[in-house]
Design a binder for this molecule. Structure first.
Ligand SMILES: Nc1ncnc2c1ncn2[C@@H]1O[C@H](COP(=O)(O)OP(=O)(O)OP(=O)(O)O)[C@@H](O)[C@H]1O
Length: 264
């Protein structure tokens, strides 16, 4: 489904700021895999997400989706396969438009040929039904401006909008990190529900180890531009934060050092 083959990314080559952000990274996701990605600051997690989504091009290696090399395709050309939810709740939605208008734009992106523009009764009803599934009352606020929503509500809306395009791959880029703990948990639970319901192949970056353990069927840890740990579904169940820290220390010969790491 998603293959990352020998991907290398070097920033500022041949300067004093040269930085090898990814070094010969290989990763293969099967359909419906839900992989959580952890790693210390500067490990290369965002660079990997940016290379998959097409924001960045690899210097070496390739990215394949369903067997097709997509290296040359720009971000907008990949957007029919890839949906992304960012850390910043402001990033995925338009604040000056209503919930219904935001949903309408996302819906049109996913149904170009079959749907007329505009918000007819049928579409409003559909949006209400979809919002009801989030279970946070947004179905009663179709005409509210998105700028009025809380960060958690906006992330829930972004998640729903991401599924409207029926993506092959969902990229979650620390999408709960800017929320307070109770909202983060709500979005975590919604994520689990949405991924399962829409059968999405998912990669989720998080600094929260407990969340990385709780969600998904597989976990990878990155360090200095490499994947240093890949915990398969058979071993992920029953995994603890202590196991992860212990494993990291065993591989690296040092303690995990990251100001932002949240143990849970
Ligand atoms: N556009 C860029 N130009 C130069 N260096 C960059 C660029 N983007 C990332 N880097 C560097 O590449 C390395 C990997 O960065 P990346 O953002 O992928 O790490 P990360 O694992 O997402 O870190 P964090 O958890 O802190 O967000 C870092 O050293 C970073 O400073």
């Amino acid at each position: 489904m998603l293959e990352i083959n020998h991907v290398t990314k070097l920033f500022n080559a041949n300067t004093v700021d040269e930085k090898l952000a990814l070094s010969n990274v290989n990763l293969n996701l099967a359909p419906s895999d839900f992989v959580t990605v952890i790693g210390s600051n500067g490990a290369g997690k965002s660079t990997l997400m940016n290379i998959i989504s097409g924001v960045l091009k690899p210097d070496d290696g390739n990215v394949k989706i369903d067997g097709v090399v997509v290296n040359k395709l720009h971000e907008h050309q990949r957007s029919k396969w890839i949906a992304r939810v960012f850390q910043d709740p402001m990033a995925g939605t338009s604040p000056n438009m209503t919930i219904a208008e935001n949903l309408s734009i996302a819906y049109l992106r996913g149904h170009k040929r079959t749907l007329k523009r505009g918000l007819n009764k049928e579409k409003k009803l559909y949006f209400k039904e979809q919002l009801e599934r989030l279970g946070i009352g947004l179905e009663n606020r179709l005409n509210a401006n998105v700028g009025l929503l809380s960060g958690g509500e906006r992330q829930a809306l972004s998640l729903l909008m991401a599924t409207f395009t029926k993506p092959k791959i969902l990229l979650l880029d620390e999408h709960t990190a800017a929320l307070d703990p109770s909202r983060a948990e709500l979005i975590s639970n919604l994520t689990e529900k949405v991924v399962k319901e829409f059968n999405l192949t998912t990669l989720m970056v998080t600094h929260n180890m407990a969340q990385a353990i709780q969600l998904g069927n597989r976990l990878i840890m990155m360090d200095k531009g490499q994947i240093i740990m890949d915990i398969p579904p058979s071993k992920k169940k029953g995994l603890t934060v202590e196991d992860l820290l212990h494993e990291f220390a065993a591989i690296k010969g040092e303690e995990l050092n990251d100001d932002r790491v949240v143990l849970g």
